[in-house]
Design a protein around this ligand. Structure first.
Ligand code: PMV
Length: 347
C-alpha cells in the first residue's frame, strides 16, 4: 500500500471571486486575490492511500462520513485529472508501481466548522489535490496543480500557496491559464494578521455555486463590478509589494462591500450578512475613524462571519473594540456589558 498525507489552510479573499463564465471547468468572471491563513487551527488534512488489493472503486470520507464520488462530479474530476498525470509518469518510467490503476481510499478532516462561510471547500479540495500529488509523486508545479484544484472548488486553487495569492481568470476556453500564483510569500509581510469572528457556525443558506449562478444570470451591477476589479487587482498587488496597509485595507473593505452589493442586486436577492456582521462593519469603520488612520479591514465571504485584517501592532486595539461590543457568552452575564445602543450611531 502507498500512502501520503497533506494539509492545506483556509484562504480569505480580499478581492472576491464571484461568478463563473464556465460552470463545468470553473472559470471565473474575474481574477481574485487572497491571503492564506497560516494558523494551525484552520486546516484540512487529507490522507490518500492506493492499494492493488482494495475493492474496485475509489472511496472518500469527509470528517468520518463517507461522500459519494460521482463520475464527472467535482471530486471525480480532480481524481481523474491527477490520475491521468500519474499515468504519464508511469509511461515514462516502467519500473514505477502502477498506482494509477489502483483504487483509492481518501480521508479528509477539517479542524473547524464545515461550510460556515470559512472556506472549508477551499482548504479541503486543496489538501485532497496536494495529498494525491504527493502519493502519485507528480512533477507538476503548484500553479499547474491549481488548475485541477480549481475544478474541485474555485477558491481551492488559491489554498495551494501560502502568503498572498492571485487567481488569474485567464482567457483560454479550456482553462489552461486560469490558475493561482504567488503574489508575495508570507515572510514578505509577517506583520499582517487576521482575526476571525465566528458570528454563526451554522451551514450557509445559499451555496456559493447557486448564488454565483443566480448573480451571473440576474445582476446588472455585476457588469460594473467586472469593469472595476482589474484595477483593484493591480492596486492591491502594489499595496502588498509596498506593505502599504491603508491601501490594502481600503481595497479589501470596498471589494467586500461590492461583492455583497452584487448579492443584493441578484434576483431573488442573497443576504449573507446579518445584523451582527453589519455591527462589526460599524465598529471597524468607527475604530478607523477614531484612530485617525485605517488600522483594520473587514471582509465577509458567503456567510455572516467576519475576517478582520490588521497589522500585529494594532491587533490588541482591534481585539479590544470587538470584545467591548461583542462580549462572549460568559462575559455577557455582566450587567454592565455594552448593549446594542452603545454601538456607533453612524450606522
Ligand atoms: O470556491 P467557492 O465556490 O467556495 O466560492 C468562494 C466565494 C467567496 O468565498 C465568496 C469569495 C472568494 O474569492 O473566496
Amino acid at each position: 500500500m502507498y500512502e501520503a498525507t497533506a494539509t492545506a489552510p483556509v484562504n480569505i479573499a480580499c478581492i472576491k471571486y464571484w461568478g463563473k463564465r464556465d460552470t463545468k471547468l470553473i472559470l471565473p468572471t474575474n481574477s481574485s486575490l487572497s491571503v492564506t491563513l497560516d494558523q494551525d487551527h484552520l486546516r484540512s488534512t487529507t490522507t490518500s492511500r492506493a492499494d492493488e488489493s482494495f475493492a474496485a472503486g475509489d472511496r472518500l470520507w469527509l470528517n468520518g462520513k463517507e461522500e459519494t464520488i460521482k463520475e464527472g462530479g467535482r471530486l471525480g474530476v480532480c481524481i481523474k485529472g491527477l490520475r491521468a498525470w500519474r499515468k504519464q509518469v508511469e509511461e515514462n518510467d516502467s519500473s514505477l508501481p502502477k498506482l494509477s490503476e489502483w483504487p483509492l481510499r481518501i480521508a479528509s478532516y477539517n479542524n473547524f466548522p464545515t461550510a460556515a462561510g470559512l472556506a472549508s471547500s477551499a482548504s479541503g479540495l486543496a489538501a485532497l489535490v496536494a495529498s494525491l500529488a504527493r502519493l502519485y509523486q507528480l512533477p507538476q508545479t503548484p500553479s499547474q496543480l491549481s488548475i485541477i484544484a480549481r475544478q474541485g472548488s474555485g477558491s481551492a486553487c488559491r489554498s495551494l500557496f501560502g502568503g498572498f495569492v492571485a487567481w488569474r481568470e485567464g482567457s483560454d476556453a479550456a482553462g489552461s491559464d486560469s490558475l493561482a500564483e504567488e503574489v508575495a510569500p508570507r515572510e514578505h509581510w509577517p506583520e499582517m494578521h487576521a482575526l476571525i469572528c465566528v458570528v454563526s457556525d451554522a451551514k450557509k443558506g445559499t451555496s456559493s455555486t447557486s448564488g454565483m449562478q443566480r448573480t451571473v444570470e440576474t445582476s446588472t451591477l455585476l457588469q460594473e463590478r467586472l469593469r472595476i476589479v482589474p484595477g483593484r487587482m493591480d492596486a492591491i498587488s502594489k499595496a502588498i509589494q509596498d506593505k502599504d496597509f491603508e491601501s490594502f485595507a481600503k481595497i479589501t473593505m470596498v471589494d467586500s462591500n461590492s461583492f455583497h452589493s452584487v448579492c443584493l442586486d441578484t434576483s431573488p436577492p442573497i443576504f449573507y450578512l446579518n445584523d451582527v456582521s453589519k455591527s462589526i462593519i460599524a465598529v471597524i469603520e468607527e475604530l478607523n475613524r477614531s484612530s485617525g488612520k485605517i488600522i483594520a479591514a473587514y471582509t465577509f465571504d458567503a456567510g455572516p462571519n467576519a475576517v478582520i485584517y490588521a497589522l500585529e501592532e494594532n491587533m490588541p486595539k482591534v481585539l479590544g473594540a470587538i470584545n467591548k461590543f461583542f462580549p462572549t457568552a460568559e462575559e455577557s452575564e455582566d450587567p454592565f456589558r455594552t448593549t446594542a445602543e452603545d454601538l456607533p450611531a453612524s450606522f
